[in-house]
Design a protein around this ligand. Structure first.
Ligand code: CTP
Length: 398
Protein backbone atom coordinates (compact mmCIF):
# COMPACT_ATOMS: atom_id res chain seq x y z
CA UNK A 1 0.00 0.00 0.00
CA UNK A 2 2.91 2.38 0.62
CA UNK A 3 4.83 1.28 -2.45
CA UNK A 4 6.06 4.35 -4.35
CA UNK A 5 4.36 6.74 -1.93
CA UNK A 6 6.35 9.85 -1.08
CA UNK A 7 6.61 10.57 2.63
CA UNK A 8 8.28 13.67 3.98
CA UNK A 9 9.27 13.05 7.58
CA UNK A 10 9.90 16.01 9.87
CA UNK A 11 11.86 15.28 13.03
CA UNK A 12 11.90 17.75 15.92
CA UNK A 13 13.91 17.96 19.14
CA UNK A 14 12.59 15.27 21.45
CA UNK A 15 13.92 12.12 23.07
CA UNK A 16 11.33 10.21 21.02
CA UNK A 17 13.39 11.06 17.90
CA UNK A 18 15.20 7.76 18.47
CA UNK A 19 11.98 6.01 17.38
CA UNK A 20 11.98 7.96 14.11
CA UNK A 21 15.06 6.05 13.03
CA UNK A 22 13.06 2.84 13.13
CA UNK A 23 10.06 4.65 11.61
CA UNK A 24 12.16 5.56 8.54
CA UNK A 25 13.24 1.93 8.26
CA UNK A 26 9.64 0.67 8.43
CA UNK A 27 8.45 3.17 5.83
CA UNK A 28 11.29 2.33 3.44
CA UNK A 29 10.71 -1.39 3.98
CA UNK A 30 7.04 -0.90 3.09
CA UNK A 31 8.16 0.58 -0.25
CA UNK A 32 7.78 4.29 0.50
CA UNK A 33 10.19 6.92 -0.71
CA UNK A 34 11.25 8.89 2.36
CA UNK A 35 12.88 12.30 2.66
CA UNK A 36 13.79 13.60 6.10
CA UNK A 37 13.87 17.18 7.34
CA UNK A 38 15.29 17.79 10.82
CA UNK A 39 14.97 20.85 13.02
CA UNK A 40 18.38 22.06 14.25
CA UNK A 41 17.67 20.91 17.82
CA UNK A 42 16.72 17.38 16.74
CA UNK A 43 20.38 16.87 15.71
CA UNK A 44 21.16 16.60 19.43
CA UNK A 45 19.02 13.45 19.58
CA UNK A 46 19.70 11.56 16.32
CA UNK A 47 22.25 11.95 13.55
CA UNK A 48 21.83 13.04 9.96
CA UNK A 49 24.10 10.21 8.92
CA UNK A 50 21.83 7.49 10.34
CA UNK A 51 18.70 9.01 8.82
CA UNK A 52 20.33 9.67 5.44
CA UNK A 53 21.60 6.09 5.32
CA UNK A 54 18.23 4.57 6.21
CA UNK A 55 16.13 6.88 4.03
CA UNK A 56 18.62 6.64 1.16
CA UNK A 57 18.20 10.39 0.67
CA UNK A 58 20.14 13.43 1.87
CA UNK A 59 18.73 14.83 5.10
CA UNK A 60 17.84 18.52 5.12
CA UNK A 61 18.17 20.85 8.09
CA UNK A 62 18.86 24.37 6.89
CA UNK A 63 17.08 26.68 4.48
CA UNK A 64 20.39 27.16 2.66
CA UNK A 65 24.08 26.45 2.90
CA UNK A 66 26.96 28.28 1.20
CA UNK A 67 25.99 27.16 -2.27
CA UNK A 68 22.39 26.05 -2.39
CA UNK A 69 18.89 26.86 -1.17
CA UNK A 70 16.48 24.14 -0.07
CA UNK A 71 13.34 24.61 -2.12
CA UNK A 72 10.74 24.29 0.61
CA UNK A 73 7.83 24.85 -1.75
CA UNK A 74 8.82 21.98 -4.01
CA UNK A 75 9.44 19.68 -1.04
CA UNK A 76 5.88 20.26 0.16
CA UNK A 77 4.59 19.56 -3.32
CA UNK A 78 6.77 16.49 -3.80
CA UNK A 79 5.25 14.64 -0.85
CA UNK A 80 2.04 12.60 -0.77
CA UNK A 81 2.03 13.04 3.00
CA UNK A 82 4.07 15.15 5.38
CA UNK A 83 4.53 13.45 8.74
CA UNK A 84 6.01 15.22 11.76
CA UNK A 85 7.20 12.64 14.28
CA UNK A 86 8.09 13.37 16.96
CA UNK A 87 6.33 16.70 17.21
CA UNK A 88 7.73 18.75 20.09
CA UNK A 89 5.75 21.30 22.07
CA UNK A 90 7.87 24.03 20.54
CA UNK A 91 7.22 23.06 16.92
CA UNK A 92 3.53 22.56 17.75
CA UNK A 93 3.36 26.16 19.00
CA UNK A 94 5.11 27.41 15.87
CA UNK A 95 2.67 25.47 13.67
CA UNK A 96 -0.28 26.99 15.52
CA UNK A 97 1.06 30.50 14.99
CA UNK A 98 2.63 30.20 11.56
CA UNK A 99 6.13 30.99 12.79
CA UNK A 100 8.71 30.27 10.13
CA UNK A 101 12.23 30.14 11.59
CA UNK A 102 13.59 26.90 10.16
CA UNK A 103 13.32 24.71 7.08
CA UNK A 104 10.81 22.30 8.62
CA UNK A 105 8.43 25.18 9.38
CA UNK A 106 8.90 26.67 5.90
CA UNK A 107 8.00 23.31 4.35
CA UNK A 108 5.02 22.82 6.68
CA UNK A 109 3.66 26.28 5.89
CA UNK A 110 3.98 25.76 2.15
CA UNK A 111 2.96 22.08 2.01
CA UNK A 112 0.01 21.33 -0.24
CA UNK A 113 -0.14 17.67 0.82
CA UNK A 114 -1.97 16.33 3.88
CA UNK A 115 -0.04 16.61 7.14
CA UNK A 116 -0.02 14.25 10.14
CA UNK A 117 1.68 14.74 13.48
CA UNK A 118 2.79 12.38 16.21
CA UNK A 119 3.36 14.53 19.32
CA UNK A 120 5.74 13.53 22.08
CA UNK A 121 5.88 15.32 25.39
CA UNK A 122 5.64 14.97 29.12
CA UNK A 123 2.20 14.54 30.63
CA UNK A 124 2.07 17.97 32.25
CA UNK A 125 3.03 19.65 28.99
CA UNK A 126 0.51 17.51 27.09
CA UNK A 127 -2.34 18.67 29.32
CA UNK A 128 -1.25 22.32 29.54
CA UNK A 129 -3.94 24.68 28.28
CA UNK A 130 -1.58 26.17 25.71
CA UNK A 131 -0.85 22.72 24.27
CA UNK A 132 -4.58 21.87 24.18
CA UNK A 133 -5.33 25.11 22.35
CA UNK A 134 -2.47 24.72 19.89
CA UNK A 135 -3.46 21.13 19.12
CA UNK A 136 -7.07 22.10 18.50
CA UNK A 137 -5.97 24.96 16.33
CA UNK A 138 -3.78 22.91 14.02
CA UNK A 139 -6.36 20.12 13.86
CA UNK A 140 -8.73 22.81 12.64
CA UNK A 141 -6.15 23.67 9.99
CA UNK A 142 -6.60 20.06 8.86
CA UNK A 143 -3.52 18.43 10.43
CA UNK A 144 -4.25 14.85 11.53
CA UNK A 145 -3.33 13.87 15.05
CA UNK A 146 -1.74 10.48 15.68
CA UNK A 147 -2.79 9.89 19.30
CA UNK A 148 -0.13 9.85 21.99
CA UNK A 149 0.23 6.77 24.17
CA UNK A 150 0.44 6.14 27.89
CA UNK A 151 3.58 4.74 29.46
CA UNK A 152 7.02 5.63 30.68
CA UNK A 153 8.05 9.17 29.78
CA UNK A 154 11.48 10.73 29.31
CA UNK A 155 11.14 12.38 32.73
CA UNK A 156 10.98 8.95 34.33
CA UNK A 157 7.32 9.54 35.24
CA UNK A 158 4.56 7.38 33.90
CA UNK A 159 1.68 9.01 32.06
CA UNK A 160 0.20 10.25 28.81
CA UNK A 161 2.36 11.87 26.15
CA UNK A 162 4.55 9.13 24.65
CA UNK A 163 4.88 9.27 20.90
CA UNK A 164 2.94 6.47 19.19
CA UNK A 165 5.06 3.43 18.32
CA UNK A 166 6.50 3.43 14.76
CA UNK A 167 4.28 0.46 13.77
CA UNK A 168 1.19 2.39 14.93
CA UNK A 169 2.30 5.47 12.98
CA UNK A 170 2.81 3.46 9.78
CA UNK A 171 -0.64 1.89 10.20
CA UNK A 172 -2.17 5.33 10.80
CA UNK A 173 -0.59 6.67 7.62
CA UNK A 174 -1.89 3.70 5.62
CA UNK A 175 -5.42 3.91 7.08
CA UNK A 176 -5.78 7.64 6.78
CA UNK A 177 -4.11 8.45 3.51
CA UNK A 178 -3.75 5.41 1.31
CA UNK A 179 -6.75 3.11 1.81
CA UNK A 180 -9.04 2.84 -1.20
CA UNK A 181 -11.90 5.11 -0.21
CA UNK A 182 -15.50 4.00 -0.02
CA UNK A 183 -16.93 7.18 -1.54
CA UNK A 184 -14.37 7.63 -4.33
CA UNK A 185 -16.09 9.20 -7.34
CA UNK A 186 -19.24 10.17 -5.40
CA UNK A 187 -20.55 13.71 -5.29
CA UNK A 188 -22.02 15.05 -2.07
CA UNK A 189 -23.28 18.25 -0.61
CA UNK A 190 -23.86 19.30 2.97
CA UNK A 191 -25.91 22.26 4.13
CA UNK A 192 -24.65 23.77 7.37
CA UNK A 193 -25.06 26.69 9.71
CA UNK A 194 -27.96 29.00 10.37
CA UNK A 195 -29.88 31.20 7.98
CA UNK A 196 -30.47 34.89 8.56
CA UNK A 197 -33.81 36.28 7.46
CA UNK A 198 -33.66 40.08 7.10
CA UNK A 199 -36.28 42.31 8.70
CA UNK A 200 -34.69 45.53 7.49
CA UNK A 201 -31.15 46.50 6.37
CA UNK A 202 -29.75 46.14 9.92
CA UNK A 203 -31.80 43.37 11.60
CA UNK A 204 -32.49 39.75 10.96
CA UNK A 205 -34.05 36.64 12.48
CA UNK A 206 -31.45 33.92 13.01
CA UNK A 207 -30.62 30.99 15.28
CA UNK A 208 -27.74 29.65 17.36
CA UNK A 209 -26.39 27.14 14.83
CA UNK A 210 -22.63 27.45 14.29
CA UNK A 211 -22.31 25.01 11.41
CA UNK A 212 -19.71 22.87 13.27
CA UNK A 213 -21.59 19.61 12.79
CA UNK A 214 -22.18 20.15 9.08
CA UNK A 215 -18.56 21.18 8.47
CA UNK A 216 -17.33 18.05 10.28
CA UNK A 217 -19.61 15.92 8.10
CA UNK A 218 -18.36 17.63 4.95
CA UNK A 219 -14.75 16.83 5.93
CA UNK A 220 -15.58 13.24 6.76
CA UNK A 221 -17.28 12.74 3.39
CA UNK A 222 -14.14 14.17 1.84
CA UNK A 223 -11.94 11.83 3.89
CA UNK A 224 -13.95 8.98 2.41
CA UNK A 225 -13.18 10.19 -1.12
CA UNK A 226 -16.32 12.15 -2.02
CA UNK A 227 -16.21 15.43 -3.91
CA UNK A 228 -17.98 17.74 -1.48
CA UNK A 229 -19.80 21.06 -1.72
CA UNK A 230 -20.56 22.83 1.53
CA UNK A 231 -23.57 25.13 1.38
CA UNK A 232 -22.87 27.31 4.34
CA UNK A 233 -25.11 29.80 6.10
CA UNK A 234 -23.66 32.86 7.88
CA UNK A 235 -21.28 31.65 10.60
CA UNK A 236 -18.15 32.82 12.40
CA UNK A 237 -16.60 29.38 11.98
CA UNK A 238 -13.33 29.27 10.07
CA UNK A 239 -13.51 26.28 7.77
CA UNK A 240 -10.19 24.43 7.22
CA UNK A 241 -9.11 24.69 3.61
CA UNK A 242 -9.08 21.08 2.56
CA UNK A 243 -10.39 21.46 -0.98
CA UNK A 244 -14.07 21.70 -0.08
CA UNK A 245 -16.13 23.72 -2.51
CA UNK A 246 -17.89 26.31 -0.36
CA UNK A 247 -21.05 28.13 -1.42
CA UNK A 248 -21.90 30.92 1.04
CA UNK A 249 -25.56 31.76 1.49
CA UNK A 250 -27.48 33.96 3.91
CA UNK A 251 -31.20 33.27 3.74
CA UNK A 252 -33.37 30.15 3.58
CA UNK A 253 -34.34 31.15 0.05
CA UNK A 254 -30.67 31.37 -1.02
CA UNK A 255 -29.99 28.02 0.62
CA UNK A 256 -32.97 26.52 -1.20
CA UNK A 257 -31.64 27.79 -4.55
CA UNK A 258 -28.10 26.56 -3.89
CA UNK A 259 -29.29 23.09 -2.80
CA UNK A 260 -31.81 22.55 -5.59
CA UNK A 261 -29.30 23.76 -8.19
CA UNK A 262 -26.85 20.94 -7.49
CA UNK A 263 -29.14 18.20 -6.16
CA UNK A 264 -29.54 16.62 -9.58
CA UNK A 265 -25.81 15.90 -9.85
CA UNK A 266 -25.50 14.73 -6.25
CA UNK A 267 -25.20 11.19 -4.90
CA UNK A 268 -25.45 12.12 -1.23
CA UNK A 269 -27.19 15.21 0.20
CA UNK A 270 -27.01 15.96 3.90
CA UNK A 271 -29.19 18.74 5.27
CA UNK A 272 -27.45 19.67 8.51
CA UNK A 273 -28.38 23.36 8.34
CA UNK A 274 -30.73 24.96 10.83
CA UNK A 275 -32.91 26.57 8.20
CA UNK A 276 -35.37 29.24 9.36
CA UNK A 277 -38.92 27.91 9.12
CA UNK A 278 -40.34 31.41 8.86
CA UNK A 279 -39.04 34.63 7.33
CA UNK A 280 -40.46 38.16 7.45
CA UNK A 281 -43.21 38.43 4.85
CA UNK A 282 -41.89 41.82 3.77
CA UNK A 283 -38.44 43.28 4.22
CA UNK A 284 -38.23 46.98 4.84
CA UNK A 285 -35.57 48.58 2.66
CA UNK A 286 -34.95 51.30 5.24
CA UNK A 287 -34.24 50.86 8.93
CA UNK A 288 -37.46 50.45 10.92
CA UNK A 289 -37.63 53.28 13.45
CA UNK A 290 -38.63 52.86 17.09
CA UNK A 291 -42.20 54.18 17.48
CA UNK A 292 -45.00 52.11 19.01
CA UNK A 293 -44.78 50.00 22.20
CA UNK A 294 -45.28 46.87 20.13
CA UNK A 295 -43.97 45.96 16.74
CA UNK A 296 -45.58 43.16 14.78
CA UNK A 297 -43.46 41.41 12.22
CA UNK A 298 -45.49 39.12 10.01
CA UNK A 299 -43.64 35.90 9.17
CA UNK A 300 -44.21 33.63 6.24
CA UNK A 301 -43.23 29.97 5.97
CA UNK A 302 -40.00 29.36 4.06
CA UNK A 303 -39.71 26.50 1.60
CA UNK A 304 -38.80 23.23 3.27
CA UNK A 305 -35.61 22.36 1.38
CA UNK A 306 -35.31 18.79 2.64
CA UNK A 307 -38.92 18.06 1.78
CA UNK A 308 -38.64 19.46 -1.71
CA UNK A 309 -35.42 17.45 -2.33
CA UNK A 310 -37.27 14.36 -1.02
CA UNK A 311 -39.91 14.91 -3.67
CA UNK A 312 -37.30 15.29 -6.43
CA UNK A 313 -35.11 12.41 -5.26
CA UNK A 314 -34.19 9.77 -7.86
CA UNK A 315 -33.16 6.15 -7.38
CA UNK A 316 -29.60 5.88 -6.10
CA UNK A 317 -29.55 9.27 -4.38
CA UNK A 318 -29.18 9.24 -0.61
CA UNK A 319 -30.92 12.05 1.27
CA UNK A 320 -30.15 12.69 4.92
CA UNK A 321 -32.01 15.10 7.20
CA UNK A 322 -31.53 16.20 10.78
CA UNK A 323 -34.12 16.54 13.51
CA UNK A 324 -33.29 18.77 16.44
CA UNK A 325 -35.94 18.18 19.06
CA UNK A 326 -36.73 19.11 22.64
CA UNK A 327 -39.68 16.75 23.26
CA UNK A 328 -41.20 13.55 21.78
CA UNK A 329 -37.87 13.20 20.01
CA UNK A 330 -38.28 9.74 18.50
CA UNK A 331 -41.78 10.35 17.26
CA UNK A 332 -40.90 13.68 15.62
CA UNK A 333 -37.73 12.30 14.05
CA UNK A 334 -39.59 9.35 12.54
CA UNK A 335 -42.32 11.74 11.38
CA UNK A 336 -39.73 13.87 9.56
CA UNK A 337 -38.12 10.81 7.99
CA UNK A 338 -41.45 9.90 6.45
CA UNK A 339 -42.99 13.27 5.64
CA UNK A 340 -39.81 14.60 4.03
CA UNK A 341 -39.11 11.35 2.14
CA UNK A 342 -35.56 11.20 3.51
CA UNK A 343 -33.53 7.98 3.57
CA UNK A 344 -31.99 8.76 6.94
CA UNK A 345 -32.78 11.14 9.78
CA UNK A 346 -30.19 12.04 12.39
CA UNK A 347 -31.83 12.96 15.67
CA UNK A 348 -30.23 15.13 18.29
CA UNK A 349 -32.14 16.11 21.35
CA UNK A 350 -31.42 19.32 23.23
CA UNK A 351 -32.32 17.33 26.38
CA UNK A 352 -29.17 15.24 26.01
CA UNK A 353 -26.13 16.62 27.78
CA UNK A 354 -23.33 17.37 25.34
CA UNK A 355 -25.68 17.84 22.37
CA UNK A 356 -26.78 20.95 20.54
CA UNK A 357 -25.65 24.24 19.08
CA UNK A 358 -22.14 25.53 19.56
CA UNK A 359 -20.89 22.65 21.70
CA UNK A 360 -17.93 20.59 20.52
CA UNK A 361 -19.82 17.36 21.20
CA UNK A 362 -23.06 15.80 20.09
CA UNK A 363 -25.21 12.76 20.84
CA UNK A 364 -27.20 11.29 18.01
CA UNK A 365 -29.59 8.52 17.04
CA UNK A 366 -29.83 7.57 13.38
CA UNK A 367 -33.11 6.33 11.89
CA UNK A 368 -33.19 4.75 8.48
CA UNK A 369 -36.25 4.44 6.28
CA UNK A 370 -36.17 0.62 6.44
CA UNK A 371 -36.78 0.84 10.20
CA UNK A 372 -33.21 0.44 11.45
CA UNK A 373 -32.10 2.50 14.41
CA UNK A 374 -28.53 3.25 15.54
CA UNK A 375 -27.77 4.77 18.95
CA UNK A 376 -24.52 6.51 19.79
CA UNK A 377 -22.89 7.97 22.92
CA UNK A 378 -21.83 11.59 23.41
CA UNK A 379 -18.83 12.13 21.15
CA UNK A 380 -16.85 14.96 19.58
CA UNK A 381 -18.52 16.39 16.48
CA UNK A 382 -15.70 14.91 14.35
CA UNK A 383 -16.44 11.43 15.73
CA UNK A 384 -20.17 11.95 15.28
CA UNK A 385 -19.51 12.94 11.67
CA UNK A 386 -17.56 9.69 11.24
CA UNK A 387 -20.47 7.69 12.69
CA UNK A 388 -22.94 9.37 10.32
CA UNK A 389 -20.79 8.84 7.23
CA UNK A 390 -19.92 5.25 8.26
CA UNK A 391 -23.63 4.50 8.71
CA UNK A 392 -24.40 5.90 5.24
CA UNK A 393 -21.63 3.76 3.76
CA UNK A 394 -22.76 0.65 5.64
CA UNK A 395 -26.39 1.12 4.51
CA UNK A 396 -25.86 2.25 0.92
CA UNK A 397 -22.31 1.61 -0.30
CA UNK A 398 -21.16 -1.86 0.76
N1 CTP B 1 -35.13 21.87 6.82
C1 CTP B 1 -35.10 22.33 5.54
N2 CTP B 1 -35.79 23.45 5.19
C2 CTP B 1 -36.51 24.13 6.10
C3 CTP B 1 -36.54 23.65 7.44
C4 CTP B 1 -35.85 22.52 7.77
O1 CTP B 1 -34.45 21.71 4.69
N3 CTP B 1 -37.14 25.22 5.74
C5 CTP B 1 -34.40 20.62 7.14
C6 CTP B 1 -33.29 20.79 8.16
O2 CTP B 1 -32.04 21.10 7.51
C7 CTP B 1 -33.24 19.41 8.79
C8 CTP B 1 -34.69 18.96 8.72
O3 CTP B 1 -35.32 19.73 7.71
O4 CTP B 1 -32.46 18.50 8.04
C9 CTP B 1 -35.46 19.09 9.99
O5 CTP B 1 -35.36 20.39 10.49
P1 CTP B 1 -36.07 20.80 11.84
O6 CTP B 1 -35.87 22.27 12.07
O7 CTP B 1 -35.69 19.84 12.92
O8 CTP B 1 -37.58 20.47 11.51
P2 CTP B 1 -38.72 21.26 10.79
O9 CTP B 1 -39.14 20.50 9.60
O10 CTP B 1 -38.31 22.67 10.57
O11 CTP B 1 -39.92 21.13 11.85
P3 CTP B 1 -40.04 21.74 13.33
O12 CTP B 1 -39.25 23.04 13.33
O13 CTP B 1 -41.50 21.96 13.47
O14 CTP B 1 -39.50 20.71 14.25
Amino acid sequence: MLKGKKILLGITGSIAAYKSVYLVRLLVKAGAEVKVIMTPSSKDFVTKLTLATLSKNPVLVDMFDDESWANHVMLGRWADVMLIAPLSCNTLAKMAHGQCDNLLMAVYLSATCPVAMAPAMDEDMWYHKATRENLLKIQNFGVKLIPVEKGELASGLKGTGRMAEPETIVQFIKDNFFLPKKLDGKKAFVSAGPTYEPIDPVRFIGNHSTGKMGVAIAHELQNQGAEVTLILGPTQLSVPETGLKIVNVKTAAEMYNACTKIFNKTDIAIMAAAVADYAPATVSNIKIKKKEEELVVVLKKTKDILKSLGEKKKKGQVLVGFALETSNEREYALGKLKSKKADIVVLNSLNDQGAGFGSDTNKITIFDKSGKEFNFDVKSKEEVARDIVDTIIQLYYV
